[in-house]
Design a protein around this ligand. Sequence first.
Ligand code: SF4
Length: 398
Amino acid sequence: MTSSVPPPPSPSDLVDRLQLSGLRGRGGGWFPAARKWKAVRVEEGDAVVVANGAEGEPGSFKDRYVMTRRADDVVRGLSLAARAVGAREAIVFLKSSFDGPATALAGALRSTERDGLEVTLHRGDDSYIAGEETALLESLEGRRAWPRPKPPLPPAVGLGGRPTLVQNVETLARVPAAVDDPEGFRASETTFVTLWGDVRRPGVYEVPLGTPLSHLIENQGGGAPDGVGLVFPGGPAGPPLGPADLHTPLDPEALRDAGSALGAAALLVVGASACPLAVAASVTAFFERENCGQCPPCAVGTTSLARIFRGLESGGARPRDLHDLTDVAGFMSRHGYCAHCGSAATVATGLARRYSSAIDVHVREGRCPDPDRRHPDPFAPGSPERVTLEKAVEEQLQ
Ligand code: SF4
């Protein structure tokens, strides 16, 4: 008697199962993954899948962790996604500096069944903006990694004009479990978080979605030795929250309702002894440094916001600067080829609102009123917070 092997799920069955699982994209947008798959399936043409492994948010290491530790799941997810959208070709885009993930993925490609799918590993542009999905496609086509104006979006006009599914590597790594048991996946969904800053144990952790921020900081991070002053749940993706918000669950909707964003879950804790305006100057300097220069409202606006917050931190700002901040941010929120411009505006206005009394005192006294406060710059390249995190993740991956 011969045992019969069940046929693989059909493409439409895969999409239905993914939709039932509720899986959302982990690249920062939390967009339902099944909707992206459907958007590619309705297009005519030779579809292609691009795995986005170009992680670049300051303080984010979870994608490198996933590509190194769960490379087999990334490849399996890529194969399932390709089957669902009818693609016979896939590309994994990695930054050229990501040696460990590249080695792990190359090994997984040799050992994992992938349903005849052709997969290329592409070691590409190391710039921050290359992680934006259309900038990544530009880079793959041999041009400068600059975001494209939208629409059209990649499902309609992507790599070389082909229907293209661009999906973050953590999202892909979660696809096999999501389509295998959609209800079970939805009931106990987890996510990866990079925890960094003023905590005892920075690193990458996998936790249930909905875990309160305070539990994460205490249980995984070992607590904040200095007390919590502020928390950026998604790194620079949204304004920070304060100590009174630590009950908020790690969940994109709950964090949006609380006035922040989960983004790629690069959760920065800043201790209570830090001047909040120093951290505000640090994050606005990040937006200035990493704008790609393509859209004048973003290039000029991020420079203005960074100048205003530098002035506020040092006490050199004028009351008029606050009006300028509101005007500049309002204009920026309606412009830009990618989310960088709008995010900079949202973060700056959120900071100005949350720290309005600290801003008043800095402007009135013409200096930071408390000379003993620390003035950290965590978002700067090579900051102690980023270096400590990098070492911690290296140890986790050994
Ligand atoms: S919004 Fe900013 S980062 Fe995005 S494309 Fe325009 S200039 Fe570049």
